[in-house]
Design a protein around this ligand. Structure first.
Ligand code: HH2
Length: 282
């Protein structure tokens, strides 16, 4: 199971939304040709996996009919899968099936319910936690203990998938899916609880709303998605340092650069003792 790239860093999954309405890149890669071009760009930037999605899961998103989702996703998966590992971001079984037939080898499933598809075809599966549906999930979500609830659901689903014969299972806390800012922060703070399940952990914080709110400060105007790169990098780096094996991001080049650094200072100190290098700015 691929939990590290050939460079010894954690994996970076690049987000490719072939949608008109995704919260950050909606409309940008909606045409098949521009989506394929963006996929190749992400490969050049170092993406280990390209995650192709044809339906937004942002709060309030409108459901896309199967035929339309297939039209968006399948040609892009077909074009990219000879060049890079491709995952399909869908909650619909027929779309997952068609994407796998077109070359996807990982089903990225925000509903944590499509493991039978992965089992049937011998591909990997990402189980993400969410509470509610896009229509309602941000209406006052509540938990007794968000970390325990997320861990228990994901561990149950992963056990079912393992029992069905799925060999590669990732778990994902589902940052922003039925969670307040504090829930997201608690999940990040105690990510080790998910890592301790023994399943590889995927985390997606990229450009999400809580980063815009936190950066604005109390009473401030939330930052737009395009202004959230610093928070995206900080939280991706944090997640990798806590033991996540993969991060899902819009900004592939910057994240690959950050991921290369994770754990490196500690390794250098351990291997070589204190540095005497005083070089500055070069
Ligand atoms: N977040 C989004 C979509 N899919 N999959 C996983 N495994 N983890 C996530 O955190 C996750 C996900 C939402 O982000 P995005 O795809 O950028 O937006 P939209 O749903 O509006 O297309």
């Amino acid at each position: 199971m691929p939990e590290a790239s050939t460079e010894g860093r954690a994996l970076v999954m690049g987000i490719l939304n072939v949608t008109p309405d995704s919260f950050s890149d909606g409309g940008t890669w909606f045409e098949t040709e521009s989506a394929i071009r963006r996929g190749h760009e992400m490969i050049a930037e170092g993406a280990d996996i390209v995650d192709v999605g044809g339906e937004s899961s942002r709060p309030g998103a409108v459901e896309v009919p199967v035929e339309e989702e297939l039209r968006r996703v399948v040609p892009v998966v077909e074009a990219l899968s000879p060049h890079v590992r491709v995952s399909v971001d869908t909650v619909k079984e027929p779309v997952a099936e068609a994407a796998v037939a077109a070359g996807a080898t990982l089903v990225n499933d925000v509903s944590a319910s499509l493991w039978p598809v992965a089992a049937r075809h011998g591909v990997g599966w990402v189980a993400m936690h969410r509470k509610g549906t896009p229509a309602s999930m941000q209406d006052d979500p509540r938990y007794d203990d968000v970390v325990a609830e997320v861990r228990d659901l994901l561990a149950d689903r992963a056990a079912a998938a393992r029992g069905a014969g799925v060999a590669e299972i990732w778990i994902d806390p589902g940052i922003g899916f039925g969670k307040t800012v504090d829930h997201n922060l608690e999940l990040l703070a105690r990510l080790g609880v998910l890592v301790a399940t023994g399943h590889p952990v995927l985390v997606g914080t990229s450009r999400k709303a809580f980063l815009g709110k936190l950066a604005a400060g109390p009473g401030g105007e939330p930052l737009a998605p395009s202004e959230r790169l610093p928070g995206s990098l900080a939280t991706a780096t944090w997640a990798l340092q806590q033991g996540a094996g993969m991060v899902r991001v819009h900004d592939v080049a910057a994240t690959v650069q950050a991921a290369l650094l994770v754990g490196r200072p500690a390794r250098i100190r351990r291997d070589a003792g204190p540095s005497t290098d005083t070089e500055v700015g070069s």
